[in-house]
Design a binder for this molecule. Structure first.
Ligand SMILES: C[S@@+](CC[C@H](N)C(=O)[O-])C[C@H]1O[C@@H](n2cnc3c(N)ncnc32)[C@H](O)[C@@H]1O
Length: 307
């Protein structure tokens, strides 16, 4: 049983923006628990739908939920009447090559719902500050540098930049100083060591509002760095735009200001060159959705339509 507990965010907004046309080709770049993917399949009925994820568990979940599949070279395929479902395990920055391999020229809609699915925080990789495990955070094979390596190896100034740029952390300088002092006594190995210094800098009594869990931001910054998430997003965006047929739609949901900035700047530059229309400049979850699913509170959705 591989079922995910992840609650998809802004499902109505995503499906409306994608303007799913029967017989079309749609790509979900971030399958996760396949909540969005399932809705796309339901709307599409006939055509091709491709689901991508780098994570084993997300792939196992999709194979179980939408199968049975046949394995063909590096992807799984299921023909279900006039609907073809394709599942691919890999990085979404391989989109262009995957479409070439599948002999698909253009697609009508693409969704990227960035970040992590709820289940992935309990993976034993040290992605959650609530987990007591080694500080690894590598979510793909082939990555050499762990989160502990970064804490033990980066210069003071590099640590400040990492915490500021990838975690929006207001106490980045103090944290970097503590990290440097701590590692001189004992190198970082576990999540517990990192949690202890965050709790020393930001004691529970001084935590308010959106800053109740500063550990989450610190862990997020390290995860983004270890998995080179911004690099892959930068690689992906032009490939996704190129893959769209005229009139095709690209929807991106991000959960972090650095990611959202990349998406916004890319979309604005295309709009200025009259290559796309800004279909949704910025949408956020409703208050009702945030109350139901707290994780959605930082979601930012943007969408473009190719001209
Ligand atoms: C927020 S979840 C997606 C949730 C999904 N939309 C749903 O309805 O359940 C993000 C997913 O993207 C995947 N992911 C993140 N970066 C990726 C990348 N560079 N390539 C492929 N998958 C990636 C993660 O493994 C995770 O499963």
């Amino acid at each position: 049983m591989n079922r995910y507990i992840h609650e998809p965010v802004m499902v109505g907004e995503v499906i409306e923006a994608l303007e799913i046309k029967k017989g079309g080709v749609y790509v979900d770049l971030t399958l996760g628990g396949a909540g969005h993917f399932k809705k796309i399949i339901e709307k599409l009925e006939t055509g091709i739908v491709i689901g991508i994820d780098k994570d084993d568990k997300a792939i196992a979940n999709a194979l179980e939920e939408f199968g049975p599949f046949q394995k063909q070279s590096d992807h799984y395929i299921r023909e279900k009447g006039s609907l073809t479902i394709i599942i691919y395990q890999g990085n979404y920055s391989n989109l262009k090559q995957l479409l070439i391999d599948l002999k698909i020229d253009k697609v009508n809609g693409i969704l990227a719902d960035l970040g992590l699915a709820t289940d992935q925080y309990q993976s034993g990789l040290g992605l959650s500050y609530l987990e007591d495990s080694p500080l690894d955070m590598r979510m793909e094979q082939g990555l050499m540098v762990t989160a502990a390596d970064l804490l033990n190896g980066l210069y003071f100034k590099e640590l400040i930049l990492l915490f500021k740029d990838l975690g929006d952390i207001s106490f980045a300088k103090r944290l970097a100083k503590e990290v440097v002092e701590q590692r001189m006594m004992e190198p970082f190995k576990t999540t517990k060591q990192l949690v202890a210094i965050v709790q020393k800098i930001v004691p529970f009594r001084s935590r308010t509002g959106t800053n109740k869990h500063p550990e989450a931001k610190v862990f997020q910054a390290l995860r983004i760095a270890v998995n080179r998430e911004q690099y892959h997003l930068q690689q992906l965006l032009p490939q996704a735009y190129e893959a769209l047929a005229p009139g095709g739609v690209l929807v991106v949901i991000s959960f972090h200001s650095g990611e959202d900035r990349l998406v916004k700047q890319f979309f604005l530059a295309l709009a200025q060159q009259k290559k796309c229309e800004l279909l949704i400049k910025l949408a956020k979850p409703s208050r009702a959705e945030i109350e139901k699913n707290l994780r959605s509170h930082s979601a930012k959705l943007r969408a473009i339509r190719k001209i």
